[in-house]
Design a protein around this ligand. Structure first.
Ligand code: ADP
Ligand code: ADP
Length: 226
C-alpha cells in the first residue's frame, strides 16, 4: 500500500495561474522522494498542498487509505521542515519543539518525554533552554527538524532544509538526515536544488518543469547513465 498518493492533483492560484498540472505519484512507505526542477516549477506548491497549507484545486491526495484533501494540516499525519527554519524567536528550544504537541493538547508529561527523546536523537539535549538567536545555523536547523520529529509523523516534508547552511555544515546535515531517515523509518519528500543531495539521499527523484512531472526515476538511472 502506498503511504501517500497524489492522483491528478492540480493547483490553480486565485490569479488563474496553473502552478501544478495533473500531478500523479504513488509514494511507498519509507521512500525518500526528491523533488527537483527550476525555480517556479511547482515544487513548493506541491509540498504545501501535501501539508495542507494550500488548497488542492482538483484531484485527490491520500495518506495511507485516507483522502485528506479537506483535512486540516494539524490532523494530517505529516510534518514539514522549512528552508528558513520558521522557529519562534521568543521561545526556547524546548518550547519551539513542544509547540505542535501543545497545539494538539498532548498531556504535559508526555510532551516532556517526546521532546527529550527528539533532543537526544538530534543532539540538542544541552540546548533546550536557549532561544534561537543563541544557536548556530546548524543547531537551528536541528531544532526545526526536532519540531517535526517530536510528532512522530508518517510523512516528513522538507523544503530545501539545508540551503541556508554553509557547504561544510550542509554535508554534515545531509549525513544526519540520511541517518534520521534510517532510524525513524518514515517517508520523506524533500525539495532541493543540489544534485549531490538528490543523488545521495533519494530513493527516487521527481523532475518537475512548468508544473508538470517530466521524469521519475532512481538517482542511478537519472544521473549515472553513460
Ligand atoms: P518552486 O517551489 O518550484 O520554486 P512554487 O511552487 O513556489 O515553485 O511556485 C510555482 C509557480 O506558482 C511560480 O510561478 C510562482 O510564481 C507561482 N505561485 C506561487 N505561489 C503563488 C500564489 N500564491 N499566487 C500566484 N502564483 C503563485
Ligand atoms: P521558493 O523560494 O520556495 O520558491 P518563493 O520565494 O517563490 O518560494 O515564494 C515565497 C512565498 O510567496 C510562497 O508562500 C509563495 O506561495 C508566494 N508566492 C510566490 N510566487 C507568488 C506569486 N506570483 N504571487 C503570489 N504569491 C507568490
Amino acid at each position: 500500500m502506498a503511504s501517500l498518493s497524489l492522483e491528478n492533483v492540480c493547483k490553480v492560484y486565485p490569479n488563474k495561474f496553473e502552478a501544478v498540472k495533473n500531478f500523479n505519484l504513488q509514494i511507498e512507505d519509507k521512500e525518500f522522494i526528491i523533488f527537483v526542477g527550476p525555480s517556479g516549477c511547482g515544487k513548493s506548491t506541491t509540498l504545501r498542498m501535501i501539508a495542507g497549507l494550500e488548497d488542492i484545486t482538483s484531484g485527490t491526495l491520500k495518506i495511507g487509505d485516507r483522502v485528506v484533501n479537506d483535512v486540516e494540516p494539524k490532523d494530517r499525519d505529516i510534518a514539514m521542515v522549512f528552508q528558513n527554519y520558521a522557529l519562534y524567536p521568543h521561545m526556547t528550544v524546548f518550547d519551539n519543539m513542544a509547540f505542535g504537541l501543545k497545539l494538539r493538547k498532548v498531556p504535559k508529561p508526555e510532551i516532556e518525554k517526546m521532546v527529550k527523546e527528539a533532543a537526544k536523537i538530534l543532539d540538542l539535549e544541552k540546548l533546550l533552554d536557549r532561544k534561537p538567536k543563541a544557536l548556530s545555523g546548524g543547531q537551528r536547523q536541528r531544532v526545526a527538524m526536532g519540531r517535526a520529529i517530536v510528532r512522530n509523523p508518517k510523512v516528513f516534508l522538507m523544503d530545501e532544509p539545508l540551503s541556508n547552511l554553509d557547504a561544510k555544515l550542509r554535508v554534515q546535515m545531509r549525513t544526519e538526515i540520511a541517518k534520521l531517515h534510517q532510524r525513524l523509518g518514515t517517508t520523506i519528500i524533500y525539495v532541493t536544488h543540489d544534485q549531490t543531495e538528490a543523488m545521495t539521499l533519494g530513493t527516487r527523484i521527481v523532475v518537475m518543469k512548468d508544473g508538470l512531472i517530466q521524469q521519475v526515476d532512481t538517482p542511478q538511472n537519472l544521473y549515472e547513465k553513460p
